[in-house]
Design a protein around this ligand. Structure first.
Ligand code: M6R
Length: 630
């Protein structure tokens, strides 16, 4: 996810501290590298002009550019690391984007949902665009308002007033930072559903996506609320809402060291990423439907006629991504009535699969580089199939080689064990399923709108689980000596059970298996002995009743043989209490969406257990984040 830094200092402050905007912004960008990015850029205000440099690739590329073409010394600057969403990771698409004849520079994190409509409006006014980004549209809008609506008048708010008016027009999620050559001592920023923190200094002030952006300079920070604008100078911080009404932020002291700041204050990237999940799902949903609940998957550039003719879907993936596919299969078949298979990529092409032009291949890969999945996609293309990639890494090989791509917007996943990417993959696959149902007329628009509304409630529900994680953490710590843990589920709970087991295997190195609960009696029940811990993912009692009661029967079967049962159930399901040693409740949600919630306690459990054993949860032994060999 993009990283953002802003700085304003003053001459005396600079004399004391020796900071220039370039020093501070580059150091901040270096600290924000952990967020993942594929290009970087910087703009400073000096001598009545904006000077900017930007480069695709790592910060070292930007540094080389700055060596070759140095920036003038300045005390006002903004800097950005970009994680590509709209438009590939090129120099042109990198931020900052300029407008108002090069006098205004803007950087952005998030997605402007109505950028296409705004762009048409601006093009009609004669604005020309050089990039494919939504950000350049925001820059042009801000420049147009500053120059044409406010007449470039800086006496009455100037850039701040222009930012208010621009924000009133923007939809989606955004953090924006802008500088203008006519207001050389000011950085103006705005936030909606995207992170931004202010750092308070002496004779200098800072802005960052998070405190890592300025942690080397100050520990005094101000948290902003939603829909707020902040204007910083060297000596002042002024906060308003999008309509100019005064607002307040909450000041706090940052006591993290720089290393833990990169992990958002969490002890590991994995824990941070588990806590990123409300955002991962929220961002993946963002901008993909209109207010009428109509899906608008613009990036899915396959002829709708071809999608209508699909008579079979094959999902190709490995590991956690394959479990996301297995969850999605239930939803896609239910919504679209298209037979859907899920196949491990490395098995697929060695079994002479039946694939033709009416087969839609959906590959799921966080990294977009998994060799097994790449080879399987290539094979399917050779057989004439159409290929859609669900991927978290913009510009990676699998989406590049696929006919279409639906990006998940989980942000970079650094811990080897996949968490937030899993939930984002399920979300994206659900969007694809709903899109196909919309296109093929399998569902009424109102039904799709209702499902999207239920999906939109998921981030807050995940947050509720995270807010109450203490109980499951304690259980994980208490079970550090467990030698084997089994996981049971039915329907969508089955892949969730397998994912819970995989997390435990890869993090805690103990035997763990996920079974379809109905399969127990066909063999696995022989594993149950006195004290065997068994997690059971229980479906909602409000769903298909037989499903709930069948799983409750399965709990009784293993308990009768001495198992210690740990149950994940829906709030209000009192019936399960009688059959469980421990019950962890998740918020009510429709059955098909429940994996987006039920997985979270299992991740927290595995993390807590492995941490109690003293293992490195970010880099488990023998594993690589991206498996680029077959
Ligand atoms: O990058 P991909 O999603 O293609 O990776 C697939 C698997 O290697 C990955 O999900 C792996 O199973 C994770 N370590 C699971 O936590």
């Amino acid at each position: 996810m993009c990283g953002i830094v802003g700085y304003v200092g003053r001459t005396s402050g600079r004399a004391d501290a020796g900071h220039t905007a370039l020093d501070v912004v580059l150091e901040g960008l270096r600290r924000l590298e952990y967020r993942g990015y594929d290009s970087a850029g910087i703009a400073v205000v000096a001598d009545g002009e904006i000077s900017s440099r930007k480069k695709s690739g790592k910060l070292s590329n930007l540094l080389a550019e700055l060596d070759a073409r140095p920036l003038p010394e300045s005390l006002t600057g903004i800097g950005h690391t970009r994680w590509a969403t709209h438009g590939g990771p090129t120099d042109q698409n990198a931020h900052p984007h300029l407008s108002d004849g090069g006098k205004l520079a803007l950087i952005h994190n998030g997605i402007i949902e109505n950028f296409a409509e705004l762009k048409l409006e601006l093009v009609a006014k004669g604005v020309e665009f050089a990039s494919e980004t939504d950000t350049e549209v925001a820059a042009a809008l801000l420049g147009d308002i500053f120059r044409n609506k406010l007449g470039g008048d800086v006496s009455d708010g100037g850039l701040t007033r222009a930012m208010e008016l621009a924000c009133q027009r923007l939809e989606g999620a955004f953090t924006l930072l802008a500088v203008h050559a006519d207001q050389p001592d000011v950085v103006v920023a705005a936030r909606r559903n995207s992170p931004l923190v202010v750092g308070l200094g002496e004779g200098e002030n800072f802005l960052g996506s998070d405190v890592s952006g300025f942690i080397d300079y100050t520990r005094r920070a101000v948290e902003l609320g939603q829909d707020q604008i902040v204007t910083i100078t060297a000596d002042s911080v002024t906060i308003t809402d999008f309509f100019g009404a005064p607002a307040e932020g909450k000041e706090y002291h940052v006591n993290w060291d720089p290393e833990s700041a990169e992990k958002g204050g969490f002890p590991s990237f994995m824990e941070k990423e588990i806590h990123d999940q409300p955002d991962a799902v929220g961002q993946t949903l963002l901008g993909r439907s209109d207010i009428h609940g109509k899906l608008t998957l613009d990036e899915l550039r396959i002829d709708p006629a071809l999608l209508k003719s699909v008579d079979k879907i094959i999902v190709l993936a490995c590991g956690t991504s394959a479990y996301a596919g297995q969850v999605a299969k239930y939803a896609i078949e239910h919504w679209c009535r298209i037979p859907t298979e899920v196949e491990l990529s490395h098995e697929f092409r060695y079994r002479d699969p039946i694939v033709d032009a009416n087969t839609l291949i959906v590959s799921i890969s966080q990294s977009g580089e998994t060799m097994d999945t790449l080879m399987a996609v290539r094979y399917a293309k050779e057989q004439g199939a159409k290929t859609v990639s669900i991927c978290n890494t913009n510009g990676s090989t699998i989406p590049r080689e696929s006919d279409a791509v639906l990006y998940t917007h989980a942000g970079p996943e650094i811990a080897v064990a996949s968490t937030k990417a899993f939930l984002a993959q399920i979300t994206a696959a659900y969007l694809l399923g709903l899109y196909l149902a919309q296109l093929r007329g399998n569902k009424f628009q109102g039904e799709i709108k209702d499902i999207l509304a239920d999906l939109a409630k998921i981030p807050a529900k995940i947050q509720r689980i995270l807010d109450n994680e203490g109980q499951i953490k304690e259980l994980g710590e208490a079970m550090a000596d467990a030698k084997s843990v089994l996981f049971l589920g039915r329907h969508v709970g089955f892949p969730v059970a397998m994912e819970g087991a995989l997390k435990l295997k890869e993090l805690a190195y103990i035997h763990a298996e996920g079974f379809a609960a109905g399969e127990l009696k066909h063999g696995p029940i022989a594993l149950i002995e006195e004290g065997q811990p068994v997690f059971v993912v229980v479906p909602s009692p409000r769903g298909r009743d037989s499903l709930h009661s069948k799983v409750v029967s399965n709990i009784q079967e293993v308990r009768a043989r001495g198992a210690k049962t740990i149950v994940i159930a829906e709030e209000g399901d009192e019936a399960v209490k009688a059959y469980a040693e421990h019950v962890f409740y998740i918020p009510e949600t429709p059955t098909l969406l429940a994996p987006l919630l039920a997985t979270v306690p299992l991740q927290i459990f595995a993390l807590a257990l492995a941490t109690a054993k003293g293992y490195d949860v970010d880099q488990p032994r023998n594993l690589a984040k991206s498996v680029t060999v077959e």
